[in-house]
Design a protein around this ligand. Sequence first.
Ligand code: URA
Length: 442
Amino acid sequence: MRAAELIIKKRDGLTLSSDEIAWLIEHYTSGEVPDYQMAAWAMAVLFRGMDDRETTDLTLAMARSGDMLDLHDVAPLSVDKHSTGGVGDKTSLVLGPLVAAVGLSVAKMSGRGLGFSGGTLDKLEAIPGLRVDLSAAEFRRAVREVGLVISGQSANLAPADKQLYALRDVTGTVESIPLIAASVMSKKLASGADCIVLDVKAGRGAFMKTVADARELAQRMVAIGLRAGRHVSAVLTSMEQPLGYAIGNALEVKEAIATLHGRGPADFVELCLVLGTQLVLLAGKATTSEEARALLEDALDSGAAWRKFRAFVEHQGGDLRTIDDPALLPEATVVEPAFAQRDGYIRRIDALELGMVASELGGGRQRKGDVIDPSVGVVLEHKVGAFVVRGAPLATIHANHGEQVEQVRERVTAAFEIEPDPQPSPPLVYEIVGAERDGLRS
Ligand code: URA
């Protein structure tokens, strides 16, 4: 086989065979196919697309390029969640303990934040002492003993994806739905979960800006998961405003703790219950959505989810005093409001802009490897639809340098669009793609 032939075939809109895709990935990771040919092929895919079979072959080839975790010796059935990333998205911190509390084994490998979007590992590291660099043996032990683990991706997880993603990033080929779907699912399949729920976000604060694109990505990822023999469903959710109120690492941990104590923001609680319902159904722990949701509500109300979170923090070395008394978590020294400039109803809250502000305050990275400040961020006072009067606080800015507050205050104010007429709250969940249990729904 020759790489040039495969590039030409894809350029001309033809379908590659399973062997051709496996050959391409194998020879790219071994260095025999150079970056320039792989970039040309990725560009051909961007314009010509791939069908579900090709996309699954690519996903499996990338997943198998490194370690394929098999957790069946420590958990007969494990579950995982993936979010395409959003602002204020602390879902894993609550969803993990919530579904673990109803008896599912949660084995989650997470990432760090880059740019406007936060990362679960950075949030967890706001808890002093908590380790997210578990070895494979520690990861397994946590699944067996706690039923919940969240750790960084092992170094050898889907290395072909790492290589191809870095290439796509500098060759204008990130925005291909089949390539994104294969990239995400290669890591999910390699990390071993039997049941996977995908939170695919749409909106200005999300990777996918439109619901149509989010739907296509969701359908692609569900199809890959089912072809690869996993139970998968996807929930299309809105990122037209931040999730919950808190944006910033320690601030989001505090909001997650409040949620586990039954005092969570309505949209965030609902999202955790909707995603949790899918996992409970996929794992076969309930047969109807109502039954699944009731199990989860009970785990939240009874304190079982909070106790599971505590056990998880303890097992991963976190200082329990800081979660029992969240005032001991890192706190910013300067906390200042941004005020409404007029009376009216909030029409839009620009999640992307507020994510950028939290990142620039020190809460995120501009470049890989930057050190982050866990204490900073932005906390909304109101959500879309609320009425505010001129001079009332819209959000508080948490910073460690007074001059930073002045630099971002206007941007925070401008992120809130205020109109004279009442404004509806945006929907949280657009639709569910995939199975009640086995891909039968869509
Ligand atoms: N996230 C991924 O992991 N891969 C992509 O291709 C895009 C976003």
